[in-house]
Design a protein around this ligand. Sequence first.
Ligand SMILES: Cc1ncc(COP(=O)(O)O)c(C=O)c1O
Length: 405
Amino acid sequence: MLSRKDIFTKCSAFDDAKKVIAVGLYPFFRPIESTLGSSVVTAGRRRVMIGSNNYLGLTHHPRVQEASRKAIDKFGTGCTGSRFLNGNLVLHEELEERLAHFVGKEACLVFNSGFLANQGAISTLIGRHDVIYSDRENHASILEGTKVALGETVKFRHNDMRDLERVLKLTREKYEGAMIIADGVFSMSGDIFPIPEALALARQYGARLYIDDAHALGVLGAQGQGTENHFGLSDVDVIVGTFSKSFASLGGFMAASKDVIHYVKHKCRPFIFSAAMPPAALGAVLECLTIVREEPEHLERLWQNARFMSHELKLLGYNTLGSTTPIIPLIIGEDMQAFTFTQKLYEHGIFATPVISPAVPEGHALLRTSYMASHTMDDLCYVLDVLKKLGTLFRITEQENRATL
Ligand SMILES: Cc1ncc(COP(=O)(O)O)c(C=O)c1O
């Protein structure tokens, strides 16, 4: 029998963050006083932002801001109810139609966040006798969906199609339906999921393929349509996305066949029992969709910046885990070293955040850097200059360390 304990005991005992705060190295929840395209102001000083998901830099595009204001003028500041009942705007419907077309699916459903889209879609689609095959490095919102879902989850090694096949072979027969779920671009490492191979396995083993394209929308594909478009494919069964990154706003969506969307629309609790995405956010996303079509220069600049940084960071001797996307992780080492490194960057006018254990294996804490279309060459050269100095100071980029990292 367990001994009786106050439910809050764990809260007063939790001191991991307090220890880092006490030594002045806490890098989280920094209040941003204003944002200016590629930089932010914190504690009264401008700092170059290299930790944002604003890949196309559209949060400060005058047309996006104007569209957001216009939506408020016409529809007010909130929907004050669920789409199901009183909150369904023509803007939601227009956005769903245009997004479905953009990612090449029959239909689409808009949620209040990407997190809710994953949690809601997965838990609604996966029944008691079904199974999810989930990449080990999937985003937390996918994990949340798998926890809420009634079916079981089998994990496979990150991006490893041999391991996916192994677990399919071993377990597929035990379940009715099956769905393989993975990020299109992984949020920490920037790795791209091998969709062609996963799709072949999905078809061979009678499973559906579900891709969370949060970090691929606006980034991969001819116009930023995402990972499936990047591979020239069209058979992925479910695509989930967010508006909180390239689409400069807040909200999320899932795209799939008409039947699947109709089903989720009428069964999904996080969709039905939550007030609708607000007009200002809808106006912004709708304008972003127009801009990605009309102004390809943002995507081009994003990739110029990403390729430049990837090349230069490797030249400096950083281990970037082979990333080929605008998310470029830099392996730092121990958690405490990552905190100190981040603080030094901050003091030099650069805003970034570390990723520490248990999100990454112990001793492999990293700095998750990400690049945007709005970074200027001056911004990037400044960042490289500081990273060069700190890499040497922290002995991260020394020749002898390169082989072991
Ligand atoms: C891969 C992935 N999926 C889903 C989400 C959640 O998106 P949102 O910010 O819209 O809740 C994120 C955001 O961090 C993400 O990185």
